[in-house]
Design a protein around this ligand. Structure first.
Ligand SMILES: [Zn+2]
Length: 108
């Protein structure tokens, strides 16, 4: 069982870095990076991309297809209460803090 995948960045193989160079003199190439599969990156985008740059390239190239998976046709809303609280700072001076508290309207 392999413990890596190839980076899905569409331009990964075109970045000029030393670690991407493969082959012998006269027939060298820049190769897509391997992405090691670990507990840390399991089910995260870092398990498919070697860098933020490759992730951004992929997202920008395939944004239409990605959005088609779960299109947003209307705004979502989270019920809240806005509460003013009297608190003190680190040196004991009072000030008013505005807190946003999520309200559970689903019988919670
Ligand atoms: Zn990459």
């Amino acid at each position: 069982m392999s413990n890596f995948v190839w980076c899905h960045g569409p331009n990964c193989h075109a970045s000029h870095t030393q670690d991407r160079i493969r082959g012998v003199k006269g027939s060298k190439v820049l190769r897509t990076r391997k992405v090691k599969q670990t507990e840390w990156n399991r089910d995260r985008f870092y398990s498919k991309f070697c860098s933020n740059s490759c992730y951004n390239d992929f997202a920008n190239t395939y944004v239409r297809e990605v959005i088609a998976i779960a299109p947003r046709t209307e705004a979502l809303e989270t019920p809240i209460d806005v509460v003013k609280e009297q608190v003190t700072d680190w040196s004991g001076n009072p000030y008013v803090q505005t807190k946003i508290i999520t309200v559970d309207n689903n019988g919670g």
